[in-house]
Design a protein around this ligand. Sequence first.
Ligand code: NOJ
Length: 778
Amino acid sequence: MDDSRRRFLQATGALGAAALAGGANAATAEDFKQYGDGSRPTPPETKVEKILARMSVEEKIGQMIQANVSTVDPSDIESLFTTYHVGSLLTGAAYPPARDPTELAEGINSLQEFAIGKGNGVPFVFGIDSVHGNVTVEGSTAFPHNVGMGATRDPDLMEAAAKHTGESAAAIGAHWGFAPTSGLGRDPRWGRYYETLSEDPHLTGELASAAVRGLQEGAGDHDGVAASVKHFAAYTQPQNGDDRSPARIPTRDLVQNHFVPHHMGIQEDALTVMVNSGSVNGVPAHASSWLLQTVLRDQMGFEGVAVSDWNDFQRMVNMHQYAPDLKTAVKKGVNAGVDMAMLSSVENVEKFYNNLVELVDEGEVKKSRIDEAARRVLELKATLGLLEDPYVDASAATDTVGGAKKAAREAVRESLTLLKNENSALPLGDTDSVLLAGPNVDNVRTQCGGWTVGWQGLHEDDATPWATTIADAVRDRASGIVTVHETGYTFNRWSDDTWSLADSTKETIVRDAKRADKVVLALGEGPYAEGFGNTDRLALPDAQRELVDAVTNAVSDDTQVVGLLVAGRPRGTSETLAKLDGFLMAYYPGSAGGGVADVLYGDADPGGRLAFRWPDGVGQVPNYYNQYHPAKDNANALFEFGAGESYADFEFSNLTVSPSSIRDARKTGTATATVTVTNTSGRTGTALAEAFYTEAYGSVNYPRRKRLGSTKVELAGGESKRVTVEFPLAALAVVPGDMPGDSAPVVEAGDFTVELGGQTATLTVERTVELDPTPGAQ
Ligand code: NOJ
């Protein structure tokens, strides 16, 4: 571990002391193996009720514990099972005790032998982070981060990616993937913005649901994992943009928007949810029985396990200063409805366990509540097939890890979003002489972003996913001369804003730019995660802006300069954009740099459309597209939600809505908007037919614009098709009533102007009907 990394990890306090000291005491998979003897004992009892009946209260409390083993001291492992009877393990923050898939699977098998043979006979359920793939181990596949997956508008692709992630996580011995992030991306200053799929509730829900299906497919046969709809709920809009700063969100907005995608994921039978670490409207989510009981259980019908986030009982004391001590926090959280505590260390396991044992003794937490939580955890294990067969075939791990390469490349092609293309700066011509320069052009670390084989992304001494860099992919594809200058920047710390560019390197880049037909400047951000990614600027780092200036000032009119942005959020403002001929948003594309080359050369159409509204600088935040009028105040955006060009040209005509008049939105359920899309160019391209309502009046304010649904269609040059977009009428719902906004959501009677590709049609709702409970997929 290099010094800067150690200092960084120490500063965060996020990892255990052993790992911070250089890993000397942190258990490796080899240490895990010492606990097994190859005997493969199976659980003596496989029926949940029978297991519960023979368990002591202490053992049931153990089921409610998830202990981190990324950094556990080897000598502490035994006590996890023999003293605390822990029901679950995790390797948090993508730090497994081994990067080798086979070794990790063997290590987990050995621990499982110990848990069953020498513990209380109940297998543990093992969780890992799987933010954008099974990016925990060497050679895995990193898909584009969620912010790019939102741009694909493609639930099938999302499902395919998640299916591979689930299979691959199961292959290394895990049973549970902490994904999908199902909150709305509302504030690009926030360090976790790139983990969100969209700022639109139904689009987020469509993709989150697809991810749940994909992850959980085959989970009962060890061919998939339990999903975690996270972070429940309203984590994604911290008030000042800083991670876990308190959120202030009107109930109306919670119900109409924030809860919707979570609910949609839960309706796909998500087996678990992870609770939001933050506080909402003055109450930590972990202590809110309204959120965890009324909304989650009674209204949404969730029956699975609600796991806390990382040490979040402690956070109620230290961060929220809501509870005076841990015991009070445990009481409040468990009584509110948290079934399992995710705990970073054995010390924290001990504290949680002792506090909860005492609270039950004192009658502060009812035994029935412990039974309920333990039962849910055991039922999860039963659903995952762990009570019958808790082991994985470690020798097969590498057969699966690193697969789905085609889907990864397709996801990149479908996510790349072309935002400016003057005088057809793109695609690059086959024989063009091309200069590629900038910090993100030949760099697996920046291409993959955070949560990739490491919390804050890759490090020099870490293993990596498989990856083709953008530069390598372009070199492979090009017939003309390709010059690459990547090394001009150095990371001074774990944030991109201090990147610097040596004058000599800048001069070399400028020199070579003058000789090129096209210049692609790969700009953007480095990797980051959680609070380390908070920023108060959305303009590009100064050194990058200077590079753009230097290059664009130096080249002749014959040389076009394209900005290729590798970043987790809308970085870049009109000032920079005006100087560039082309601008292509690549998000964090992950392993498949080949997908970027496909789009740069026109072998694939740039398939992405923004799943968020792009503010022109931080002063325009919050900026999400579905806010209320007056439009004057939020009309200033660099790019609108849905922006993104194809290399082809399309025309939309003849919009019809069916039915055009609806009597009972609850019974009718869905409606369709159908439009003719014509490719008026000579080349094949992908069009997005995305329907919105743009005008609506009722008892409360309506968003200035709201997405109803979308369909993507590929059309050959000159081809024309009728394209249908089906949408849930629940997308029209609002919470009626005065300011408290505490009524049940309704679809109100009235005329809605439906807009698609510039065409409009009217949808009439004849009478107001109540929806139950949140306006998710009905
Ligand atoms: C904290 C993060 O908020 C959560 O998303 C993650 O799954 C856990 N840590 C485990 O690493």
